[in-house]
Design a protein around this ligand. Structure first.
Ligand SMILES: Cc1cc2nc3c(=O)[nH]c(=O)nc-3n(C[C@H](O)[C@H](O)[C@H](O)COP(=O)(O)OP(=O)(O)OC[C@H]3O[C@@H](n4cnc5c(N)ncnc54)[C@H](O)[C@@H]3O)c2cc1C
Length: 281
């Protein structure tokens, strides 16, 4: 079966996929298909921060990967939890909200990606967040109307307070705003939690709910990209035991995560040639 009703096909409804699908579908003239291998984020476990205890090893919402034995770790295999649900890892993660370090972005810019400098990205960091609960002073570098709502944890354990006191006694500055002007120091970090609820990337889709031009296909795993020569024209999905090819008039956007994206590329014949040849044998 063939279809090309979509301009954009977004593969994987994780942190990146939810943002992309929501932003692209703001234009009512383009049709967007968002495909996710896992279920929708309806469970109370995904909304309740304490659900993390279950989600860390949940077979329903987590891919539960393991590495190969690692020679430099005494041959231990390491557990790699990864979200398998609408919201991806942002639906199962530890909810710590800290912007990346400016020097990392600036080093990417220095290596030839000028639009990835921290200065260029600053407006997008503001756009993501609603910092009303952590910084009521309307700071210039904070956002107050984004979908990801931030707060400080409600519980401040005596041991945490003692740790911060010790750090400052050793000469570190106290820092209660790691998303402000400096990331140096000891203090409490902000969380992607508000009103007792996890504020994951699925919040972008809540804002896009009801758009006729956005289709979200959960519980549907993409098997590989549909290639025409060296160009990705669509995706091959499995539904009800059948393979279906869905074509995009515009672009296929691969947001299946740090493990899922390279895996899908390799299943589509894109990757290290030696490895792909060995796998084909
Ligand atoms: C346990 C844990 C704790 C973390 N804690 C924090 C934290 O406190 N603070 C922080 O900033 N970051 C944290 N992170 C990291 C952060 O959540 C991730 O870096 C981020 O969410 C990754 O986003 P992504 O869009 O790249 O991928 P993901 O969010 O992983 O999204 C990929 C999506 O693609 C789907 N997918 C994969 N393959 C296919 C396929 N073949 N077909 C269809 N769909 C597919 C997956 O199911 C998934 O939903 C944590 C991560 C984990 C796992």
């Amino acid at each position: 079966m063939k279809s090309s009703a979509y301009h954009y096909i977004v593969v994987g409804a994780g942190s990146a996929g939810c943002v992309l699908a929501a932003r692209l579908s703001e234009d009512p003239n383009v049709k967007v298909l968002l495909i996710e291998a896992g279920p929708s984020a309806a469970s109370v476990l995904l909304r309740m921060p304490a659900g993390i205890r279950v989600l860390y090893t949940s077979p329903k919402y987590n891919w539960r990967f393991w590495t190969e034995p690692q020679a430099h770790l005494n041959n231990r295999a390491i557990y790699i939890p990864r979200g398998r649900v609408v919201g991806g890892c942002s639906a199962i993660n530890s909810m710590i909200a800290i912007r990346g370090n400016p020097s990392d972005y600036d080093s990417w810019a220095a290596q030839g990606l000028p639009s990835w400098s921290y200065e260029h990205l600053r407006p997008y960091f503001r756009k993501i967040e609603d910092a009303t609960l952590v910084s009521g002073d309307r700071e210039q570098d904070r956002g107050y109307s984004g979908p990801i709502r931030l707060s400080y944890g409600t519980l401040r354990h005596a041991i945490s307070n003692a740790f911060i006191e010790s750090a400052t006694a050793c000469g570190l500055p106290e820092n209660n705003g790691f998303n402000g002007s400096s990331q140096i120091g000891a203090g409490f970090y902000e969380l992607t939690i508000a009103d007792g609820k996890r504020s994951g990337a699925f919040r972008y889709l809540e804002a896009a709910k009801g758009r006729a031009n956005l289709t979200i296909l959960a519980n549907c795993r993409v098997r590989r990209l549909a290639m025409l020569g060296t160009c990705a024209r669509g995706v091959v999905v499995e539904k009800g035991g059948r393979e279906i090819t869905v074509y995009a008039e515009g672009e296929v956007l691969l947001t299946a995560g740090a493990v899922g994206s390279p895996q899908l590329l390799m299943l589509s014949g894109i990757g290290p040639a030696d490895h792909l040849r060995r796998s084909a044998c």
